[in-house]
Design a binder for this molecule. Structure first.
Ligand code: FPP
Length: 248
């Protein structure tokens, strides 16, 4: 690893490691088009890339990695592409996640409204979460049928119910309490958000959680994303001056 960093001229300080990185895995479609392949091939390579980056993130001691796999808006894609992504997801759980469960200390958590996914996919998710809940390695958070606005609305509804039922006093509602109603109630906010593929937008990802997250963009398409891109993003992150609205 040290040799790798030296070769790539990347300097990383152990004490300044981000604990949580979020990634918008974008550019699968364009990657496939460039090669005259169907979009489904791009997603397939994207899924392989995800496996590679998950293993590497665990190896370098990252605590949380959140990835955007399917958004609440992705249902608008052609039916066959949605179906293809769902099948890829089934396969990913049956092979890659199964392997991770057997061979690593990685914990799996899914965020999003999974009730809209097919029952068999929900079962795969619940099983992977249950079997890894006590593991202490990297926590891989997979956003599935996830939308930041949808997450906030969901939280507001549940909070309103608790207020109505007298469980919560409206005067006690603050940021800390509100967080308990989000899918990410048990996860720290991301330190770093990576978006490859040249797009510079947030696309409804982790809207509440990214208030003070550092952004890192790159033109590389997700299937071409390499370990060194992750390390470069971390190196750049370590040079940022995070003030959280204060002064130093
Ligand atoms: C964006 O690329 C990618 C997605 C909408 C899906 C992300 C999914 C994967 C990386 C693989 C599947 C994941 C799992 C967990 C099995 P795009 O299709 O929008 O690319 P484009 O902008 O170039 O068209």
């Amino acid at each position: 690893m040290l040799e790798f960093l030296k070769r790539k001229k990347i300097k990383i300080e152990k004490e300044k490691m981000p604990q949580h990185i979020a990634i918008i895995m974008d550019g699968n479609g364009r990657w496939a088009k460039k090669r005259g392949l169907p979009r489904s091939a791009g997603h397939r390579f994207g899924a392989q890339k995800l496996k590679e980056i998950v293993l590497f993130a665990d190896e370098i001691g990252l605590k949380y990695l959140t990835v955007y796999a399917f958004s609440t808006e992705n249902w608008k894609r052609p039916k066959d592409e949605v179906e293809n992504l769902m099948n890829l997801l089934r396969e990913f759980f049956d092979t890659e996640i199964e392997n991770l469960i057997k061979k690593t200390q990685i914990r799996i958590k899914v965020i999003g409204d999974i009730s809209k996914l097919d029952k068999d996919i929900q079962e795969r998710i619940i099983s992977a979460e249950g079997r890894t809940k006590d593991k202490r390695g990297l926590c891989v958070v997979i956003a599935l049928n996830y939308g930041g606005r949808q997450e906030i609305i969901n939280a507001v509804k549940n909070l309103a119910l608790d207020i109505k039922n007298g469980k919560i006093d409206i005067e006690d509602v603050d940021e800390e309490l509100f967080k308990k109603y989000l899918y990410t109630y048990d996860i720290p906010d991301p330190d770093l958000l990576i978006r490859p593929s040249g797009e510079m937008r947030v696309s409804n990802f982790l809207l509440w959680q990214i208030s003070y997250t550092e952004f890192w963009f790159s033109n590389v398409l997700w299937p071409d994303f390499k370990k060194e891109h992750l390390l470069k993003a971390i190196e750049d992150y370590q040079k940022r001056d995070r003030r959280f609205g204060g002064v130093k």
